[in-house]
Design a protein around this ligand. Structure first.
Ligand code: PBG
Length: 315
C-alpha cells in the first residue's frame, strides 16, 4: 500500500504511488489528459500516470445557459477541490475554460504547445454561404456576437454538450451550423470537420487551443509538471489572461484575443463586442512579453469602447 498523500514528504517515482492526474470526463477532456499523461511519462520515464475523472457541475447541468448558473468555476471547482484535498496531484484543463482569477494555492504549472487556435465553421463553406436566417447553435457569447456582427440575419440558439453531441444536433437538423475550436476537433481525430476561419476575421477566444496543467503552488508536483511546460505558449496564454484580467472580463463577456510571437516580441490582438455584435472595438499592440503590454491594450480598448460594451466588462 502506498502511503497516504499526507504522509508523503516527497515524490519518489520508484515508490508504488502513481502520479494522479485529475480531469473532466468528456471525450475531449480525456484525450487531453492522455496527452499530458504521455508527456509526463516521456519526461520522467515513469511507468504510468493515473487518470482520475472528476465530475463537475458544468458536466451535470447541460440544459441551461452558463450565464444563468455561474461562470467558468462550474468546470474548475470540483477539480480544484480534488487538488486542494490531495486526491489528485495535478489537474488538466482547456486553458480557455480556466477563470482568470485562480485560488492562490493553485498554480498553472505547465501549458502544452498550442494547437490550431482557430474556430472552424461547420455546416457551410463560409460565413457568407450560410442561408438567410440560418440557425447557428453556440453557447459562446463571443461566437454569437462575432457571427451576428457579420450576419445579423442569423438565428443564434443555445447549444451545449460535448463536441460529439453538438455535431449530433447538427446532423439531426436541429441547427444549420455551429462553430467549434479546431484544436478540439483535431484532438478528437475529426480532421475533416468544418472549415477553419482565419484569425484575421474571426479572432478566437483567449487561450483557445492550449491545454494546461495545474498543481498546488507550493507542493512537489509543481516542479515535476513544469518539466513539460512550453514556455513560448505559456507566455502567450499569460498575455491573453492578463488582458482578460485587466478588462474585468468574465466568461459572459464577448471578447476575443490572441497573442503570437514576432521575433522576441509579442503581438497581441483583441476585440470586444456587445451581445448582439452591433457594437465592436478592436485593436492590437506589439512589444515585450510583459503583463503591462496586455494591460495597456485593455485600457485602450475600454477607452474607445462604446458604453454598451464597457458595461459588459468590470475592469
Ligand atoms: N468551452 C468548451 C471548450 N473548451 C476548449 C475547447 C476546445 C479545445 C481548446 O480550445 O483547446 C472547447 C470546445 C470548443 O470550443 O469547440
Amino acid at each position: 500500500m502506498p502511503p497516504p498523500p499526507w504522509q508523503r514528504h516527497e515524490y519518489d517515482r520508484t515508490m508504488a504511488t502513481t502520479f494522479r492526474l485529475g480531469t473532466r470526463g468528456s471525450p475531449l477532456a480525456l484525450t487531453q489528459a492522455g496527452m499530458v499523461r504521455d508527456a509526463l511519462i516521456a519526461a520522467h520515464g515513469w511507468d504510468d500516470v493515473e487518470i482520475v475523472v472528476v465530475r463537475t457541475t458544468g458536466d451535470r447541468v447541460q440544459d441551461r445557459a452558463l450565464a444563468e448558473i455561474g461562470g467558468k468555476a462550474l468546470w474548475t471547482k470540483e477539480l480544484d477541490r480534488a487538488l486542494l484535498a490531495g486526491e489528485v496531484d495535478a489537474c488538466v484543463h482547456s486553458m480557455k475554460d480556466v477563470e482568470t482569477i485562480r485560488p492562490a494555492e493553485i498554480a498553472i504549472a505547465a501549458i502544452l504547445p498550442r494547437a490550431d487556435a482557430r474556430d472552424r465553421l461547420i455546416g457551410a463553406e463560409s460565413i457568407e454561404a450560410l442561408p438567410h436566417g440560418a440557425v447557428l447553435g453556440t453557447s459562446s457569447p463571443r461566437r454569437r456576437a462575432q457571427m451576428l456582427r457579420r450576419r445579423p440575419d442569423l438565428k443564434v440558439v443555445l447549444l451545449r454538450g460535448n463536441v460529439d453531441s453538438r455535431l449530433g444536433k447538427l446532423a439531426a437538423g436541429e441547427i444549420d451550423a455551429t462553430l467549434l475550436a479546431a484544436a478540439g476537433l483535431e484532438r478528437l481525430e475529426r480532421h475533416e470537420t468544418g472549415v477553419p476561419l482565419p484569425v484575421e476575421t474571426t479572432l478566437p477566444a483567449p487561450a483557445q487551443g492550449a491545454v494546461g496543467v495545474e498543481t498546488l503552488a507550493d507542493g512537489p508536483a509543481r516542479a515535476l509538471v513544469d518539466v513539460i511546460d512550453c514556455a513560448d505558449t505559456h507566455r502567450c496564454i499569460r498575455m491573453e489572461r492578463a488582458l482578460l484580467a485587466a478588462l474585468g472580463a468574465t466568461c459572459h463577456s464577448p471578447v476575443a484575443a490572441i497573442a503570437t510571437w514576432q521575433g522576441d516580441q509579442i503581438h497581441l490582438a483583441a476585440e470586444l463586442l456587445d451581445e448582439d455584435g452591433t457594437a465592436h472595438v478592436g485593436g492590437s499592440t506589439i512589444g515585450p512579453a510583459e503583463d503591462a503590454l496586455a494591460t495597456a491594450l485593455a485600457a485602450d480598448l475600454l477607452e474607445r469602447a462604446p458604453a454598451v460594451i464597457r458595461q459588459l466588462f468590470g475592469g
